[in-house]
Design a protein around this ligand. Structure first.
Ligand code: HPA
Ligand code: ZN
Length: 330
């Protein structure tokens, strides 16, 4: 039995496995510029975040109907459940779909067809987080929040993703203020490729409660001290960092130093279909490459539930935390 955990940094579009991409392409009559899985596989050798994003956005062309989004989410939930994920807070990128003529309603309703029955079907509780694309304009983010208003009963929070450098958090001050006044929780990617200052800005200007990645905080001792003091969780994605060359090898990952510093770290998969592993695979990888002991692994699992947006269901959080404490490593 795998260690129970929550996944807090997961882009649903990043769970599109090549096999499902070809299946949906055939179903929807979409032509992909790759003959087969072998040829597509060659496109997964990424140099940086942007080179990954190019493929990520390209393959989204196959997602067209509610059923497509439902199938995508069910495939993820089944894989996540098998790796011990008990709770998943799932990002989606509506602007990337709206730009292709797929309305907000198709995306949210389709995802909800899977998420709404996920507890019964997969044993995984879920939350949905709408991400704004930071390389699009602030106006576009405001329009996207407006388009999401009919669906806010299904959306727990907002996030910020896509190309980071050159798109500082301050660009999205207004839309985050609007989201906060709608009662939405706030997170943002910061300090993946961008500088530590983006992490500080996400906290001070956007009011984020968790930082996605946040890896580059390690360049600023003052920032580390603040993150520790304020117990701001970081959603780390070790296999993603290796594949996007944010760290050279997994053995070089700062996770052990971050835990030693007292940071509230969690381990997540980001875009598992692109980066070589789901949540459990990331745990296994850091365990073997970094020699994390059982106390550290349990700490990571505990942190994942403590950092999750389960304030509306504390009974469930307590149940999950009890599962973590009772877990026996094999
Ligand atoms: N970083 C930024 N944006 C993203 C990512 C990521 O790892 N995955 C999907 N969108
Ligand atoms: Zn991400």
């Amino acid at each position: 039995m795998p260690l129970p955990k929550a996944e807090l940094h997961l882009h649903i579009e990043g769970t599109l496995e090549p096999e499902l991409a070809f299946e949906l392409a055939a179903r929807n009559g979409v032509e992909l510029p790759y003959a087969d899985s072998d040829e597509l596989g060659k496109a997964y050798d990424f140099q940086d975040l942007q080179s990954f994003l190019n493929l990520y956005y390209e393959l989204m062309a196959v997602l067209r109907t509610e059923r497509d989004f439902e199938d995508l989410a069910n495939a993820y939930l089944a894989r996540a459940a098998a790796q011990g994920v008990r709770h998943a807070e799932i990002f989606f990128d509506p602007q990337a779909h709206i730009a292709r003529g797929i309305p907000m309603g198709t995306v949210v309703e389709g995802l909800w067809r899977a998420l709404g029955s996920s507890e019964q079907n997969h044993g995984v509780s879920t939350r949905l987080i709408l991400c704004f694309l930071r390389d699009e304009s602030a106006e576009s983010a405001l329009e996207t929040l407006e388009a999401a208003k009919p669906y806010l009963d299904r959306i727990t929070g907002v996030g910020l993703d896509s190309a980071e450098v050159g798109h500082p958090p301050v660009k999205f001050r207004e839309v985050y203020e609007a989201a906060a006044s709608l009662g939405l929780r706030r997170v943002a990617h910061a300090g993946e490729e961008g500088p530590p200052e983006y992490i500080t800005e996400a906290l001070d200007v956007l009011g984020v409660e968790r930082v996605d990645h946040g890896l580059r905080c390690m360049e600023s001792p003052e920032l580390v001290e603040r993150l520790v003091r304020e117990r701001i969780p970081l959603t780390l994605c070790p296999l993603s960092n290796v594949r996007l060359r944010t760290v050279d090898t997994l053995a070089d990952h700062p996770l052990p130093a971050m835990l030693d510093a007292g940071l509230v770290c969690t381990v997540n998969s980001d875009d598992p279909a692109y980066f070589g592993g789901y949540a459990g695979d990331n745990f296994d990888a850091v365990r073997s490459a970094l020699g994390l002991n059982e106390d550290r692994l349990r700490e990571l699992a505990r942190n994942s539930f403590l950092a999750s947006f389960l304030e509306d269901d504390e009974e469930r959080r307590a149940r999950y935390l009890a599962e973590v404490e009772a877990y026996e490593f094999s």
